[in-house]
Design a protein around this ligand. Structure first.
Ligand SMILES: [Zn+2]
Length: 105
């Protein structure tokens, strides 16, 4: 199931990161884990962070064994492909939409 932490703000969330959240949620669910978004456009992040552009989310990992978190990250990367970065931070998975090449028209 998908949960938003009570103070998460999603206004301005880009559709690309919403799609990433849907895909990542399915990966979590299939593995038997709840999917808790702990930050989107809110929170304090590095200067220039894609959170501020609505193109990143953080997802809770604290209830999941570290080895299982690595498996989840690998599966999410497979789902999303190269235009998304999926990174393990200290206490969460950070997912961001960052195209690596020009968009085709
Ligand atoms: Zn983040």
């Amino acid at each position: 199931m998908l949960f938003l932490k009570s103070d998460v703000r999603i206004t301005g969330m880009r559709p690309e990161i919403l799609l990433a959240a849907v895909a990542a949620m399915r990966v979590y669910e299939t593995a038997g884990h709840d999917f808790m978004i702990t930050a989107c456009v809110d929170g304090k992040h590095m200067t220039g962070s894609l959170h501020y552009a609505g193109a990143a989310i953080d997802v809770r990992t604290r209830d999941i064994a570290p080895a299982d978190v690595q498996k989840l990250i690998a599966q999410i990367k497979t789902c999303l492909g190269g235009d998304f970065d999926v990174l393990l931070e200290v206490d969460h998975v950070h997912i961001e939409f960052q195209p690596k090449q020009a968009l085709g028209v």
